[in-house]
Design a protein around this ligand. Sequence first.
Ligand SMILES: NC(=O)c1ccc[n+]([C@@H]2O[C@H](COP(=O)([O-])OP(=O)(O)OC[C@H]3O[C@@H](n4cnc5c(N)ncnc54)[C@H](O)[C@@H]3O)[C@@H](O)[C@H]2O)c1
Length: 406
Amino acid sequence: MINVIGLGYIGLPTALMMASHGVEVIGTDYNKELVDTLRAGYTTFKEDGIDELFQAALNAGIKFSTEYQVTDTYIVSVPTPYDKFSKKVDACYVISAVKSVMAVCPKGATVVIESTISPGTIDKYVRPVIEANGFTIGEDIHLVHAPERIIPGNMVYELLHNNRTIGADNKEIGEKVKALYASFCQGEIVVTDIRTAEMTKVVENTFRAVNIAFANELAKICRHDNMDVYEIIRICNMHPRVNILQPGPGVGGHCISVDPWFLVGDYPSLAKVIDESMRTNDGMPDFVLNRIYEIMKEKGLKEIGRVGLYGLTYKENVDDMRESPTLQLLESQERHLATGLKVYDPLITKDVVANQFHDLDTFLDAVDMVVIMVAHSEIREHMVELKNKVVLDTRNICNLDGVFKL
Ligand SMILES: NC(=O)c1ccc[n+]([C@@H]2O[C@H](COP(=O)([O-])OP(=O)(O)OC[C@H]3O[C@@H](n4cnc5c(N)ncnc54)[C@H](O)[C@@H]3O)[C@@H](O)[C@H]2O)c1
């Protein structure tokens, strides 16, 4: 039986996927409300295919609990934020989950850390917890790192099809855990050592962050001299070995805006390009705020309270708002002692920020200028309703006449 610890965006689909492929699974989360919701038969976030997967897992007998189970395999999928000051990984959730596992697990158990962690985290924080409980690693407890690559918005498909990495101290345990993931994963599963697995996951997200920063920097250069960054990128990408990403209003979510900082925190004198890239991406909400003021001036608009941010999540077609560019922009606005920006996101039904609307018509009545922050399908479908507004499109999805771009 597998005990999946942490039933968030990663742990829940993983638990459901294993259960629906014939593995006996109990999911544990210390959030009682979340466990009660799952027990009542409801999923806790929106995602393509998650409800069908949930039903299949329920039919296969998955259980949910706030208690850690006595079993032979644990998968730990708890948050790994970064310390805002040191930039290093904050491993407190992982440490606490492993401590709780140690309190119940029998000798011979395998502990798989799925959470994204910086290289060396297992050596520095996880092994000492296990040894402090009197276990010998490799004899009494086996340690594995199996980082996750799935992207919100396409999680169910990617869980089934992505390639994976398994890091283990010894090949036999690595192969055992590989077989567990192969119960559902149709991609290639590479078995390597733990440090390499830790590093590859962080490097993958860093690659993305640096490339996004390059596109964002191009947007700034092009804005400075009034060139069309999108046309320039389109033409450059016709070169057979060039593939520039698209600029945007910032980077959010719990991966690309977080993980590269781990390398900056651990290697401050070496990770220069990464550091600068992260600062460039983090500076984009400020850049958008400046664009708003520039355009207001050009159009003779006086009131910031008549400007509306359209989209609140960190990416399109998901309801996850963590670290979203819109939230960063609202913080930036407060730092500049301005307030009043209106906000609306068709996928967010609960109240999360001031001046938030829950209906497109009243939102549009309240604003003269709309800033498209997210490329939700639902926003694309209602584009024509913006035709009498001043529009700043940070996602390059609006073709109406006179639209302002980044
Ligand atoms: N969300 C993504 O797109 C994504 C993609 C790849 C990897 N990751 C990584 O996966 C890990 C999990 O991320 P997430 O997005 O699922 O986080 P999340 O915040 O959505 O979920 C984490 C869950 O763990 C629970 N939890 C925390 N500590 C616990 C403990 N000690 N015992 C029991 N439950 C505990 C929380 O209540 C929460 O429900 C992170 O390391 C993240 O970087 C996330």
